[in-house]
Design a protein around this ligand. Structure first.
Ligand SMILES: Cc1cc2nc3c(=O)[nH]c(=O)nc-3n(C[C@H](O)[C@H](O)[C@H](O)COP(=O)(O)OP(=O)(O)OC[C@H]3O[C@@H](n4cnc5c(N)ncnc54)[C@H](O)[C@@H]3O)c2cc1C
Length: 521
């Protein structure tokens, strides 16, 4: 058994903030991360091999990009030291004020907008947020799309956590007065989503985790937390396993305080297992998993008809606009390693009824097989593709529950459940409208993701909630200080704690909320 003052489970945004801020307080800190270190070599290999990109340990894939299929949603994420920052597009935006005023958490006696303001500033400084200085052809298409949709005034470059020094030139730490690692300027290769081999993206190993290690925090890659139990001497014992080699024995970790930051799926899996399977934390609120949000996301794509264009110059996401008060749209450049996604795209089809929409899509294949399979056959696919991520700040949700499934009849696992009331959408009319307008501007073919149009499954990179805040365990899983009701010293500091729909890319908010939580410990 290893003993620390604090154990942090997961090394994404929430976990990295916890690691640094606890280490700064002079506490001994162990960070447990199920994935590996994502080295530049690993990133380069992943661009050429799906097996090295994907994280699916049971299938022998030990990369750093995960795709989890549920009945109602497909969730993509990052696995490795740095969590989602390894694969994210580094768009770091503050939400609109409706997020802070959402009754889901504004009724808890905290003025969130005022309270989080200074923590957003800290988060922006730590993550090196700056306005993207480089717009290219795809951004010009998006700007014209915004204008044609009557929202030209909302178009602009996004705020990115990327080092835009001289392209590909390495300099000593430009961010932390010499305490950070050397950095290389962004070469605008558009590869951010499968990792940044050049080191220009401000991934968490280059800021929070780097500084935490300098202060003595220890990071344990390939250590999956599988069970937490109260320790007879106070605090908790965290049991671990190797995520791939199940027979390998791994030590347990004892700590006075435990910070859960394993991302929504990791944190919920651990808490459900401890409450319902091992019964080591039986008093966790029955609200666990009840309010999970997807940022109301939809993804559409446009394939240019011109086979020789190259739209990849720039960061993965460099510009955005707001077609209406509730909707936010960004463009995306896909990296080489995402070539498998060409098979996910099919004809654009509209219908509020999922069954009819699926039939329309299949009819599209029959009526115009050439256009419908354009993505599958496209040469130079990546360079011709523009992807739009469409997010809404609407109040909709699903639940994650702990059940057996047909695929896993002998073990329990997370499953999604659609609750009565506002369910998460797999069809956003405004997303299809934007795809059509963009396609006209770019002389391209608008496409839907087939899991959305045929499978009625929304796809999200922005899963949030599941451990929402409340005044009591009857109302929520954690209090406004992020402490789990009934378990002093056990905290949730990742996306699972986000208790309302952010409506924009959420990592800056997760970081700011974790900064606030840690400032109170
Ligand atoms: C392709 C893609 C692009 C994105 N782009 C953006 C963007 O531009 N801007 C933005 O704001 N957001 C973006 N996101 C979303 C963003 O990555 C997530 O919202 C964010 O990473 C969530 O942070 P987190 O702290 O909740 O956990 P995560 O960052 O998900 O980290 C959780 C970590 O915990 C580890 N873990 C899980 N279970 C265990 C366990 N039992 N034991 C030990 N470790 C465990 C995981 O391996 C993971 O490394 C993107 C996501 C994807 C997939």
């Amino acid at each position: 058994m290893e003993t620390y003052d604090c154990v942090v489970v997961g090394s994404g945004f929430g976990g990295s903030v916890a690691a640094l801020r606890l280490a700064e307080k002079g506490l001994s800190v162990a960070v447990l991360e199920q994935g590996r270190w994502v080295t530049p070599q690993a990133v380069e290999r992943a661009d050429k091999s799906l097996r090295r990109l994907m994280w699916a340990p049971r299938l022998g894939c030990t990369g750093f990009f995960s795709q989890t299929f549920f009945k109602h949603v497909v969730i993509v994420g990052g696995v490795g030291v740095g969590g989602g920052s390894t694969v994210y597009a580094a768009v770091l935006l503050r939400p609109k004020s409706g997020f802070f005023k959402d009754p889901a958490w504004s009724s808890l006696g905290v003025d969130w907008e005022q309270e989080l303001a200074s923590h957003y500033e800290t988060a922006e400084k730590m993550l090196g947020v700056t306005t993207n200085p480089s717009l290219d052809v795809m951004d010009a298409y998006l700007e014209e799309t915004a204008q044609l949709m009557g929202a030209g005034h909302t178009f602009g470059p996004v705020r990115n956590g990327i080092y835009f020094g001289n392209p590909l030139e390495t300099v000593s730490d430009p961010f932390f007065g010499g305490e950070g690692p050397p950095r290389t300027g962004c070469g605008l290769c558009g590869d951010c989503l499968s990792g940044c081999a050049k080191g220009a993206k401000n991934t968490l190993d280059k800021n929070y985790l780097h500084l935490a290690m300098r202060k003595g925090a220890k990071i344990f890659p390939e250590r999956k937390a599988v069970k937490i139990e109260p320790s007879p001497s106070g605090g908790y014992i965290v049991h671990t396993a190797h995520p791939v080699r199940s027979l390998q024995r791994c030590p347990s970790f004892a700590a006075k305080k435990v910070f859960l930051a394993a991302g929504v799926l990791g944190t919920l899996e651990l808490l459900f297992a401890c409450r319902d399977t091992f019964k080591t934390l039986p008093d966790i609120s029955l609200e666990l998993g009840r309010v999970v949000r997807t940022n109301s996301e939809a993804i559409v794509a446009i394939l240019s008809r011109a086979s020789k264009v190259d739209l990849t110059r720039g960061t993965a996401i460099s510009s955005d606009f707001y077609p209406d008060e509730n909707t936010h749209i960004t463009q995306n450049r896909f990296p080489e390693g995402f070539g498998f996604m060409k098979w996910y795209l099919g004809p654009l089809s509209d219908d509020k009824d999922p069954g009819r929409r699926a039939r329309r899509t299949l009819l599209g294949f029959i009526r115009s097989p050439f256009a419908a399979t354009a993505s599958w056959r496209a040469k130079n696919w990546r360079k011709r593709l523009s992807v739009l991520t469409v997010m809404q700040s609407m109040d909709n949700r699903i639940s994650l529950v702990w059940e057996r499934s047909r695929l896993r009849p002998f073990g329990m696992g997370l499953q999604t459940r659609q609750d009565a009331g506002a369910s998460i959408p797999s069809y956003l009319p405004v997303a299809n409208e934007a795809a059509r307008v963009f396609a006209k501007v770019a002389e391209g073919i608008p496409l839907n993701v087939l899991s959305e149009s045929v499978g009625n499954l929304s796809t999200t990179a922005h899963i949030l909630g599941g451990c929402h805040m409340g005044r009591s365990p009857e109302e929520g899983v954690i209090d406004t200080n992020h402490q789990v009701f009934g378990y002093p010293g056990l905290f949730v500091v990742d996306g699972a704690a986000v208790s309302a729909n952010v409506g924009v890319n959420p990592s800056l908010t997760i970081t700011a909320m974790a900064e606030r939580a840690l400032s109170r410990i």
